[in-house]
Design a protein around this ligand. Sequence first.
Ligand code: FMN
Length: 164
Amino acid sequence: MSTHQPGTRPGTAQQDHGDAAAPGSHAPLVVYFSSVSNNTHRFVEKLDARVLRLPLLTGEESPEITEPFVLVAPTYGRPNGSGAVPPQVVKFLNQETNRRFLRGVIGAGNTNFGPAFCLAADKIAAKCGVPVLYKFELMGTPEDVHQVNQGLEQFWRQFPQLRA
Ligand SMILES: Cc1cc2nc3c(=O)[nH]c(=O)nc-3n(C[C@H](O)[C@H](O)[C@H](O)COP(=O)(O)O)c2cc1C
């Protein structure tokens, strides 16, 4: 496990997974938010990618990313239908540099919310002008993990400019 990788500022909790995640490698970079229920965390830790978890508390400093990355964000809607994007993710995306290097978004949610399923991903995509790459429920299935791993690899290979 490394504490600092190229393309990010030091001082934030970071993890990497195996060879594909070696610092300086061209493995996809995935930035994600996950609350204390950790569903998204459980999904992301199965990906063949370098991963960076956003701070749990909005009072904590948000990282600045300086290389292309994909964001994974769960939806937290309010009863009145507002919200959807967790404030920790809003804070992260309020930094211009982070929006500049964002290449796509993957949504996490719960289909019980009907039309609001993974709404945060739709909102982020519309606001930042990037594609929604995938949506999954709760901590995802092995098939979701497989699809996202394949998709990330393809996405990174297809667009060489995505790499650092
Ligand atoms: C208060 C609350 C509101 C939620 N609102 C939505 C929603 O609008 N749409 C959706 O798809 N999922 C919604 N969810 C489900 C979460 O996105 C889902 O449980 C997700 O896996 C949480 O990820 P995390 O455990 O990594 O934080 C909501 C969950 C809670 C607790």
